[in-house]
Design a protein around this ligand. Structure first.
Ligand SMILES: Cc1ncc(COP(=O)(O)O)c(C=O)c1O
Length: 465
């Protein structure tokens, strides 16, 4: 066996052992950063080592510091697992090592990207003519789509941001709901658009359409003839609030924004896939009228990190924002994958997305979404049965709960994490300490939920004692 085969075999063995351990191992890591550094060693080696030995060292040193994020009992942040088909395709992606920038240079990836894009648009009920950029995550997807938005709203008032930059440009108004995800602000700051104007949200975290109408009609930005706003304007809506799971009222919000000439972007990092389920599709009703959307494949769709999707209804503004030319590049007149993403070089990110869609099919994706929602509802029922308070309507995959005052709730969170059976994050929402449960992994079973609910019960009882 040569060095390469030995290394790949060892990697396979370590990966299989890790995946097998997920069903029973505690979710939190057993070692901290300093422990792992000590196990790895800090001296830069003077010379080469066999690749298989390097893989062994990496696996044994890192093992105790790994968090069982792909297990069925991880409910922190919004973390999708890795569906087996997507994980295996991701391995192939690394082995194939295709730089996926150019249509004709890596035709296999381009073909898969084209097919996958069409499937995604169909599954999500979005315009078939839309362009899909495969990026690293929803933060980058927000950035990519908002770059297209920025260029287009400025183009409409006669400003070429690509050529002339932002200095001296008309001010771009960006309106966001009070409970948009922080990554939207980060994306706007990358784009030089500064802090957005914040529009009030209701008790579920949904943007208020009345407040949005009012902001859009703000006299400070209304044209002299009293008509709709003349300032280049972008409205950012949200599909899936990270605390409540709530969805903005897309129909009226998109209509109001378009009436005022605004570009509408939807951040749906995990919530966009509600559209793929006949049971939850109503949550996104009217969102197909927006101009762009951001989502993650590494959340609800369960592909390994990292994979986000930037979707723009009209491919022209996306290409105007992201396209590039290099004399040494073999570019296609039909456009290249690089025209839809911020990077030039990138891995073949569409392979794992194709694999999970091919493995699940339309009904499998719907079942995945429905399963997350069913488990979330079970957690909400359990919280109530434990005399906790569910702080919102449970409409999707997120549950935010409190168990008395802030100190008691924080104590429950700490005890759940110490128990190790399941991982649930603490957060603050509506000025209260909360326990957050996010169900996002294909691996979560009824049995996982049952043992996790038991762990929560133990934590609540101990916090009360
Ligand atoms: C609504 C929303 N938008 C954006 C993001 C950022 O996603 P990512 O971490 O993939 O960049 C998240 C992450 O949870 C989210 O919930």
């Amino acid at each position: 066996m040569d060095d390469r085969d030995a290394a790949l075999l060892r990697a396979h063995e370590h990966a299989a052992a890790w995946l097998d351990s997920l069903a029973t191992r505690p979710v939190p890591p057993r070692a901290g950063v300093a422990d792992v550094v000590a196990a790895l060693g800090t001296d830069l080696p003077d010379g080469p080592s066999p690749a298989a030995d390097v893989v062994d060292l990496l696996a044994t040193a890192c093992g105790p510091g790994l968090t069982a994020m792909p297990s069925g009992r991880f409910y922190g942040m919004v973390i999708g697992g890795s569906h087996p088909a997507a994980l295996a395709a991701d391995w192939l992606t690394s082995a194939w090592d295709q730089n996926s920038a150019l249509r004709t240079v890596t035709p296999a990836h381009t073909a898969v990207e084209d097919v996958t894009s069409a499937w995604l648009l169909e599954l999500l009920g979005l315009p078939a003519s839309g362009a899909v950029g495969f990026v690293t995550g929803a933060t980058t997807a927000n950035f990519t789509a908002l770059a297209a938005a920025r260029g287009e709203v400025l183009r409409r008032v006669g400003w070429d941001v690509r050529r002339d930059g932002l200095t001296g440009a008309p001010r771009v108004r960006v309106l966001v709901g009070a409970e948009r995800h922080e990554s939207v602000d980060l994306a706007l700051s990358y784009l030089g658009l500064g802090a957005p104007e914040v529009v009030a949200a209701d008790d579920q975290g949904r943007v208020s359409v009345a407040a949005l109408e009012e902001a859009l009609a703000d006299p400070a930005s209304t044209s002299r003839d009293g008509g709709s706003t003349s300032a280049p304007t972008i409205v950012v809506l949200q599909a899936g609030n990270v605390h409540s799971g709530a969805f903005d009222p897309f129909g009226p919000a998109v209509e109001a924004a378009h009436r005022h000439g605004a570009w509408v972007h939807v951040d749906g990092a995990f919530g966009l896939f509600a559209a793929a389920s006949p049971s939850y599709r109503h949550l996104v009703a009217g969102y197909e009228g927006a101009d762009s959307w951001a989502t993650d494949a590494h959340k609800t769709l369960n592909v390994p990190y990292d994979c986000g999707l930037a979707i723009v209804a009209d491919p022209v503004p996306l290409r105007a924002a992201m396209g590039m030319h290099g004399d040494y590049l073999i570019q296609s007149a039909a456009g290249d994958p690089l025209d839809k993403v911020p990077e030039l070089s990138r891995r073949g990110r569409a392979f794992p997305v194709w694999a999970v869609l091919r493995a699940l099919g339309r009904s499998g994706v719907a079942d995945l979404v429905d399963g997350f929602c069913r488990h979330a509802a079970t957690f909400a029922d359990a919280v109530r049965a434990l005399d906790g308070e569910v702080l919102h309507d449970v409409v999707f995959t997120q549950v935010c709960a409190a168990f008395g005052d802030d100190a008691r709730t924080q104590d429950v969170v700490r005890r759940v994490l110490d128990d190790g059976t399941a991982w649930m994050s603490g957060s603050r929402w509506h000025d209260r300490a909360v326990l957050r449960v996010s169900v996002s992994s294909w691996a979560t079973t009824d049995a996982d939920v049952a043992v996790s609910v038991d762990a929560l019960g133990r934590a609540v009882a101990a916090a009360r004692a």
